[in-house]
Design a binder for this molecule. Structure first.
Ligand code: NDP
Ligand code: BG6
Length: 525
């Protein structure tokens, strides 16, 4: 029997603990924001209920939010403050971590005003109500305007905030929070920016990308630049390729109106994935300063090689889910979702190859992919290193040694894993793949903040490191817009939208694509 026939490798790789993690020193001290009022436009919507309110509730529970704080929800839906509170209470109970005593305090900071954003008189009246609550809560006139409506109405709301005097008298600096996607292509993003920047300064604008608030995403910079061992390898000499994946089991969650206009490229690639890519690929700034970090990210986005449209099918695969089973439950196909056109060609999955044309990354492919209704929910950045240059064990092993991989897991758990090889104990020369595994939360006694909690807190603190700058948003659009135009033009040669079963790992065309590249997709192992 040859060694090749023998079972000398363990499959799948084993996970080994890196030892008991002892926190060194005390947890970091948190910063506490000053007094402020948060005015949420579109407060009756999904984002407000599922993300913004639970985040503000948790910041209250964690005693981070000052007592001098209140929330004024605004939307067109007829509701009074009590009905609004009932709606929010239900949403918070559903989100988990509900606490009666905290709710008692939190609910006293919640108000609602029905408004039509085109009615300046109604907004002026809302302004008087806000001023009254500001006196009651001692918020010193500091106002944060959060645009949580569909992006198509952002421009109108911005104009109305200014026209009605809601943005104040200039003594206190108002802030405006803009949710992604800011626009639907380069032209509309620029048009929105020009309206925003006619009424506010860039300093006042906070473009949210909640992925930047996720701990592991922020940690990309710490891992790379606070350790001496990774950065020397972080380049084309040692890295074969990088995979960035955001796989979701969720569908479009009653957001057909928005999703039909967006699709996966606008929803996930233009913002979350390209932002994560920029952090993984950027050069170290001279100091950790919001503007310098953002400058370096911009340089990455500027260096993205345009995808050649005449051979786009070698670079991009699109997909759309059909009926299937996810987590043991039969779910409808995209075209059967409420509000979706029966012949919709909107992609819910995309896989793309891209290159960064600079000294560090020349010819290293980055494979980025995201999809809805997949078999697993996982988000990660996987750095796959090149294989060893010399096959020292070739006679003994009779097969190639797999490459080392560093995996930054973003979801569902926040971990860092390093895949490497060790000798199996015993007299034979045989290898086993192991994962060194570090969990973020294990051994940490301090406060952990979710992505929305983090970005909302930073907005109140005025720290812009985790927010997207105007030029960053525009460069992402500049990269994607030619592709979007080509796809949506329906020209011959434009990528087709391949169907995949809900609960699968995506369209088979995506597997064929990566096989043609001589590589394989990482599974969330
Ligand atoms: P919704 O579709 O739930 O809309 C939010 C609210 O906007 C609605 O309750 C509605 O309130 C109001 N609205 C809808 N259409 C109009 C209109 N034509 N004019 C004025 N107001 C309108 O959206 P989401 O809450 O899901 O998203 C809001 C924003 O946040 C979007 O830009 C989205 O991309 C972004 N986002 C959402 C996420 C999520 O998980 N939901 C995650 C990340 C970003 P009313 O009718 O009462 O006025
Ligand atoms: C949002 C997208 O920005 O991010 C959604 O609009 C997507 O479609 C969501 O589901 C994913 O965020 P998370 O934090 O759940 O991975």
């Amino acid at each position: 029997m040859s060694l090749k026939d023998d079972k000398y490798r363990n499959d799948p790789p084993q996970t080994i603990r890196i030892g008991k993690i002892e926190p060194t020193g005390e947890p970091c001290e948190e910063f506490y924001p000053g007094p402020a009022a948060m005015i949420i436009f579109g407060a009756s919507g999904d984002l407000a209920r599922r993300k913004i309110m639970p985040a503000l509730f948790k910041l209250t529970r964690s005693k981070i939010l000052t007592e001098n704080f209140f929330i004024m929800g605004m939307a067109r839906t007829e509701m009074d403050s009590d009905s609004f509170r009932r709606m929010i209470e239900a949403a918070l109970r559903e989100a988990g971590g509900f606490d009666e005593a905290i709710w008692e305090r939190f609910s006293k900071k919640l108000y609602y005003k029905t408004v039509d954003y085109t009615d300046i008189k109604a907004l002026e009246e809302a302004g008087r109500l806000i001023a009254e609550k500001e006196r009651a809560h001692g918020t010193n006139g500091n106002r944060i305007f959060y645009l949580a409506t569909p992006p198509s109405v952002y421009e109108g709301i911005i104009e109305s905030i200014k026209a009605s005097g809601l943005s104040g008298n200039g003594e206190n600096q108002a802030r405006v929070v803009i949710e992604k996607p800011s626009g639907r292509d380069l032209e509309s993003a620029r048009a929105l920016d020009s309206v925003v920047l006619r009424n506010f300064t860039e300093e006042q604008v906070f473009r949210i990308d909640h992925y930047l608030g996720k701990e592991t995403v922020q940690n990309i910079l710490m891992l790379r630049f606070a350790n001496a061992i990774f950065e020397p390898l972080w380049n084309r000499r040692y890295i074969d390729h990088v995979q960035i994946t955001v796989a979701e089991t969720n569908g479009i969650e009653k957001r057909a109106g928005y999703y039909e206009q967006a699709g996966v490229l606008r929803d996930m690639f233009q913002n979350h994935i390209l932002q994560v890519l920029a952090l993984a690929a950027m050069e170290p700034p001279s100091i950790y300063d919001p503007e310098l970090v953002r400058d370096e990210k911009i340089k990455v986005l500027r260096a993205l090689r345009p995808v050649p449209l005449n051979e786009i099918n070698n670079w991009l695969v699109l997909g759309q889910y059909v009926e299937g089973e996810v987590d043991g439950r039969l779910v409808p196909g995209y075209r059967e979702e409420e509000g979706v056109a029966k012949d919709s060609e909107v992609p819910t999955y995309a896989a793309m190859k891209l290159f960064i044309d600079n000294w560090r990354w020349q010819d290293v492919p980055f494979y980025i992919r995201s999809g809805k209704r997949l078999n697993k929910r996982f988000s990660e950045v996987a750095i796959q290193f090149k294989s060893v240059p010399h096959r020292l064990f070739r006679e003994t092993l009779k097969e190639d040694i797999g490459p080392n991989t560093l995996i930054l897991k973003i979801q569902p758990e926040e971990r860092i894993q390093l895949r490497f090889h060790t000798k199996n104990p015993g007299s034979r020369v045989c290898l086993r793949d192991v994962f060194m595994d570090f969990s973020y939360t294990e051994g940490y006694k301090g406060l952990t903040l979710g992505a929305y909690e983090r970005v909302l807190l930073d907005c109140m603190l005025g720290d812009k490191t985790l927010f997207v700058r105007k030029d960053g948003a525009e460069l992402s659009w500049a990269f994607l817009t030619p592709m979007l135009d080509f796809i949506e033009s329906g020209y011959a040669g434009a990528p087709e939208v391949n169907l995949y079963r809900a609960g699968s790992s995506g369209p088979v065309e995506a597997d064929k694509f990566i096989t043609r590249e001589g590589r394989s997709w990482r599974d969330d192992g």
